[in-house]
Design a protein around this ligand. Structure first.
Ligand SMILES: NC(=O)c1ccc[n+]([C@@H]2O[C@H](COP(=O)([O-])OP(=O)(O)OC[C@H]3O[C@@H](n4cnc5c(N)ncnc54)[C@H](OP(=O)(O)O)[C@@H]3O)[C@@H](O)[C@H]2O)c1
Length: 239
């Protein structure tokens, strides 16, 4: 996708953090973007902020919980009706609960699996026909926790290992129809994840605009080449 001007993108969980950074870079490169949140107020606020930056692309914010397949179908419909077609989907929305198996509640387990893993399935399922029609590009935002496990990570590791496996299998399902699929596996990113408030102490981390740039760079790779799994980490770890 050499030229992103007038392309349509759907980014789940764009109200803040990585999804917001990806939406902004896509808009800066001319794409129109639909972002989502669990709340219409947050989605509208983020879309207003993004539209105020003066980028050539436009943004629409909709309430759509990734746990609900129908809400994903409606958000995809909004994107295709408002901007015409659908070319890029970023399954980004995610949460974390980090605690030992002894302390973990079934509710915490279910929330992480339902949002991170089943939510990714719902987003891709709701948009796969449109992306086959446009020969588009799917991204999923997994994590280095999708290849490195750690104590307290049972639910989060399980969800992200799942996202990596799911995305690679889907990549094999759709690549003969010329649909690209990449799972991005970031290390520490300066976001609101898990109650963090980004500040100067997060300067060593990957910044959200860096991941936005990565998505744009992957979109602009030659059509014949597909980096299907991309690990990305802070260049210098926290000292
Ligand atoms: N930050 C990191 O270091 C890091 C590293 C590797 C991977 N990741 C992954 O990156 C993704 C984005 O996280 P982030 O760091 O940007 O965190 P964040 O700043 O907390 O943003 C999370 C986004 O996901 C949305 N969201 C959460 N649950 C949702 C649901 N059920 N339906 C729709 N949207 C939902 C949130 O929207 P509302 O709260 O407005 O509903 C918000 O926009 C996640 O998948 C996370 O696992 C993060």
């Amino acid at each position: 996708m050499e030229n992103l001007s007038k392309k349509t993108a759907y980014v789940t969980g764009g109200s803040k953090g990585i999804g917001y950074g990806i939406a902004e870079k896509l808009m800066a490169n001319g794409a129109n973007v639909v972002i989502t949140s669990r709340s219409q107020e947050s989605a509208t606020k983020a879309a207003d902020q993004l539209n105020g930056l003066g980028h050539p692309g436009k943004c629409t914010g909709v309430e759509a919980d990734v746990r609900d397949l129908n809400s994903q179908k409606k958000a995809v419909e909004t994107a295709t009706k408002e901007y015409g077609g659908l070319d890029i989907v970023v399954a980004n929305a995610g949460v974390g609960h980090f605690t030992s198996i002894q302390e973990m509640t079934p509710e915490q387990w279910n929330e992480v699996i339902d949002i991170n893993l089943t939510g990714t399935f719902n987003t891709i399922k709701a948009s796969v026909d449109e992306l086959i029609a446009s020969k588009g590009y799917f991204f999923t935002i997994a994590s280095l926790a999708g290849t490195n496990f750690f104590a307290g990570g049972a639910a989060y590791n399980a969800s992200k290992f799942g996202v990596v496996g799911f995305t690679q299998a889907v990549m094999l399902d759709v690549r003969k129809q010329e649909v690209k699929c990449t799972t991005i596996m970031p290390g520490s990113v300066a976001t609101h994840f898990n109650g963090n408030e980004p500040d100067d102490s997060d300067a060593w981390k990957i910044q959200i605009e860096d991941l936005g740039q990565l998505v744009v760079d992957l979109l602009k790779m030659p059509a014949r080449t597909l980096p299907s799994k991309v690990e990305v980490r802070p260049a210098v770890p926290k000292s």
